[in-house]
Design a protein around this ligand. Structure first.
Ligand code: HEM
Ligand code: HEM
Length: 194
C-alpha cells in the first residue's frame, strides 16, 4: 500500500505528487504576485520570506521524493501506449524533476548572490545559510540579476510543462480511457486497461 507496485502508485508516491503539485502552483502564484507589488508595499517582506520558506520546503521534498523513487520504482506505463508516447512521458517527468530541483536552487543562489545580504528565515524559525556563489558569475549584483532571470524563465518552463503534463493525464483518462490518471488518484489496484 505504501510502496508502488508494477501496476499502480503507492500512498507515499501519491502523497508526494499531490502535495508537491499544490505547493508548486502556490509558489508560482505567490512568486508572480509578490514581484508585481510596489516596492513600498508592507506585505512585500513577509511574502518574500514565505515564498523562500515554501520554496526551500519544496526543494527538501523534491530530494526526499527522488530518494523514495530510487528505492521504489514507478509503475510501468500501459502496454497499449505507443513507444514514442512512452518516451515523451518519461522525458516530461524527467523535466519536471529537473525543474523541481533547479528552480529552488536558482532561487537560493539568487538570494545568496544579492549584495543586500537579506537573511532567509525559514518559517520564522531559523536563518538559512547563504550558498557560495561561483566566482565564474563575476560581480555579485550581476550574478543576482542573471539568477533572477534564470529563476523566472525556469518558472515559465514549469508552467508550460505542467500544462502539457496535466493535458496528457486528462487525455489518458477521457480519450485513451486507460488507468494512468486513476492510479495517481487511487490506491485501489486497477487493471491495466479498461
Ligand atoms: C519550486 C520552488 C519555487 C518556485 C516554483 C518559484 C517560483 C517563482 C516565480 C514564478 C517567481 C516570479 C518570477 C518573476 O516574475 O520575476 C519567483 C520569484 C522569486 N523567488 Fe522563487 N520559486 C521557488 C523557490 C524559491 C526559493 C527556494 C527561493 C529563495 C530561497 C526563491 C526566491 C525568489 C525571489 C527572491 C523571487 C523574487 C525575484 C524578484 O524580485 O524579481 N524562490 N519565484
Ligand atoms: C505542479 C504540478 C505537477 C507536477 C510537478 C507533477 C509531476 C509529476 C511527476 C514528476 C510524475 C512522475 C512520477 C513518477 O513516476 O516518478 C507525475 C506523474 C503523474 N502526474 Fe503529475 N505533476 C503535476 C500535476 C499534475 C496534474 C494537475 C495532474 C492531473 C491532471 C497530474 C497527473 C499525473 C499522473 C496521472 C501521473 C502518473 C503518470 C504515470 O502513471 O506514469 N499531475 N507527475
Amino acid at each position: 500500500m505504501l510502496r508502488n507496485t508494477t501496476g499502480g502508485y503507492g500512498a507515499v508516491a501519491i502523497a508526494f505528487h499531490w502535495t508537491m503539485a499544490v505547493l508548486l502552483l502556490v509558489l508560482v502564484g505567490l512568486g508572480l504576485y509578490m514581484t508585481g507589488l510596489e516596492q513600498n508595499d508592507p506585505s512585500l517582506f513577509p511574502l518574500y520570506q514565505l515564498h523562500k520558506s515554501l520554496g526551500l520546503a519544496a526543494l527538501a521534498l523534491a530530494v526526499l521524493r527522488l530518494g523514495w523513487r530510487t528505492v521504489n520504482p514507478s509503475p510501468r506505463l500501459p502496454q497499449t501506449m505507443p513507444r514514442l508516447e512512452k518516451a515523451a512521458a518519461h522525458l516530461g517527468h524527467a523535466g519536471l524533476y529537473a525543474l523541481m530541483l533547479a528552480i529552488p536552487l536558482s532561487g537560493w543562489l539568487m538570494v545568496s548572490a544579492s549584495p543586500w545580504g537579506i537573511p532567509t528565515v525559514f518559517f520564522n524559525l531559523f536563518n538559512v545559510p547563504h550558498l557560495p556563489v561561483p566566482d565564474a558569475l563575476g560581480e555579485k549584483a550581476a550574478a543576482e540579476a542573471l539568477l533572477k532571470e534564470v529563476h523566472e524563465v525556469l518558472g515559465w518552463f514549469l508552467i508550460v510543462l505542467v500544462g502539457l503534463h496535466a493535458a496528457a493525464a486528462l487525455k489518458h483518462h477521457f480519450i485513451s480511457r486507460d488507468t494512468v490518471l486513476r492510479r495517481m488518484t487511487s490506491l485501489k489496484p486497477v487493471a491495466e486497461t479498461r
